[in-house]
Design a protein around this ligand. Structure first.
Ligand code: BES
Ligand code: ZN
Length: 444
């Protein structure tokens, strides 16, 4: 039985107090999913939760019962100035079942997910707050031991590869991925989408002993993450990650396995973008000096679940991830600018490097910066584990594709084109080759 049967989405929607003075949004789906997908699966039990000030205000407005409130002021940060409600993190205890209501209300009120995290204990909640605090105090620096050389010095390798990236290939991959009924992380069809993605990645590297495709198993759900690794020739222990999420979500898919969730832009576009980079690197015979991993994360839409497991495992194994690039929504041109660099839960020096890559290799593109305001995609999982992550996004926040998390997130709704995604493929290829090609640490 799905949790949906026990607790219909409608009931949660109806129990939301109206917040008419706040900005309306179209994207209730992720919140509905959160409600139905796990957190609310069991009967009432108090859990430890951390959230920002904005979400806490929504919680209070909804009169959601809570106790043990602790407020932790965060260091000032220019990134957050444009978005009020991020001055502090609040730790509290609440009923697990009430969190769904918070999530739905946050979507309506704040145009975002609840942005709260559930923790096993008060101590674990405090640790998460301390990690966020550290990240901000260090000026969004990663805690990794070595920093790569961010100077652009591989023009002779990057430039011949860029024209080999094809819009038609990206389009074909998005088309294939959107044709699954859904790619929901708890349904068999979502597991199958992962298996078949692994098969098609395997087919891209016949006979290459330095290339492996594996699936990362997540104990709590059926969908696996997919990893294609090109082993580095000089410093294989230094890893560059390019990722996107392979799962999709809509309220319909959450409710039943046959529910439609095409997720063309969110995030078939990101997977198709990174797969095209992979195709060109492999077919050209490029051999990186560092290891490059392309990752399709499972279960992102339910709280960054796949990337959380992977980044945590890598950190526990002491793996040296030198940088992670997230591609989540690349194919809807909602702004006059081309690429929006998200600057929260990302690494400042690497963000500057990504901007420099665009300026150097793709000077025709207009790059701007903006914040999500919360841990909105898998880059945040790498950041939380001390790694440098960046997130180039399709539009300014709020000008992005309005149809995500609906059955209308399809290619035809974005003009049956992958012209916008192609820009991200070029950027990601430059990122892969510039970081993949020099193994030495930054010059002093
Ligand atoms: N692709 C979105 C993230 C996104 C949406 C970023 C719009 C910027 C603008 C992602 O798949 C997503 O839906 N994330 C959730 C949060 C996640 C922790 C469940 C969201 O934004 O509600
Ligand atoms: Zn997404």
């Amino acid at each position: 039985m799905t949790t949906a049967a026990r607790r219909p989405a409608d009931a949660a929607y109806r129990s939301i107090r109206p917040l008419h003075h706040l900005r309306p949004v179209h994207r209730l789906a992720a919140a509905a999913a959160l409600l139905l997908s796990g957190a609310a699966a069991t009967h009432a039990a108090p859990v430890w939760v951390s959230m920002d000030e904005a979400a806490f205000q929504v919680l209070q407005a909804q009169r959601i019962a809570h106790t043990e409130v602790e407020r932790h002021a965060l260091p000032a940060s220019t990134e957050r100035l444009s978005r009020p409600g991020h001055e502090a993190l609040v730790i509290l205890q609440a009923e697990e079942d009430d969190l769904a209501r918070l999530s739905l209300a946050a979507h309506q009120a704040l145009h975002r997910c609840g942005g709260f995290m559930v923790h096993e204990s008060r101590q674990e909640a405090r640790q998460a707050v301390a990690a966020a605090d550290r990240h901000l105090r260090q000026g969004r620096m990663a805690t990794q031991a070595t920093v790569p050389d961010y100077r652009l010095n591989d023009q002779s390798k990057v430039n011949p590869l860029l024209p080999q990236l094809k819009e038609s290939e990206i389009l074909a991959t998005i088309s294939k991925l959107q044709s699954y009924t859904n790619r929901y992380y708890r349904h068999n069809v979502g597991a199958r989408a992962s298996n078949e993605l692994a098969d098609s990645w395997r087919a891209l590297a016949p006979g290459r002993t330095d290339v492996t495709v594996s699936q990362f198993n997540h104990p709590n759900f059926v969908q696996k993450s997919v990893i294609l690794e090109i082993r580095g020739t000089v410093a294989p222990e230094e890893i560059i990650v390019i990722g996107g999420h392979l799962d999709s979500i809509t309220p319909q898919a959450v409710l039943r396995p046959g529910g439609r969730a095409p997720g063309a832009d969110d995030d078939a576009s990101g997977i198709a973008t990174l797969q095209e980079v992979m195709r060109v690197l492999l077919q050209s015979g490029y051999k990186p000096e560092r290891t490059i991993q392309f990752i399709g994360y499972a279960g992102e839409e339910a709280g960054l679940l796949g990337s959380k497991d992977i980044a945590k495992a890598y950190a526990a194994q002491g793996r040296n991830v030198m940088g992670a690039l997230q591609l989540d929504m690349t194919d809807y041109k909602g702004s006059s600018s081309d690429i929006t660099l998200i600057t929260d839960y990302t690494n400042a020096p690497q963000d500057d490097f990504v901007a420099a890559l665009a300026a150097g290799y793709l000077p025709e593109l207009k790059v701007v910066r903006d914040v999500c305001g919360y841990a909105c995609s898998d880059h945040a999982s790498w950041t939380a584990n001390g790694y440098a992550a960046s997130f180039p996004f399709e539009a300014a926040f709020g000008e992005d594709n309005p149809r995500i998390h609906t059955t209308k997130d399809t290619l035809s709704q974005i003009g049956n084109s992958a012209a916008h995604a192609l820009k991200f493929a070029r950027l990601a290829l430059a990122y892969a080759v510039e970081l993949g090609s020099d193994h030495g640490p930054a010059a002093p």
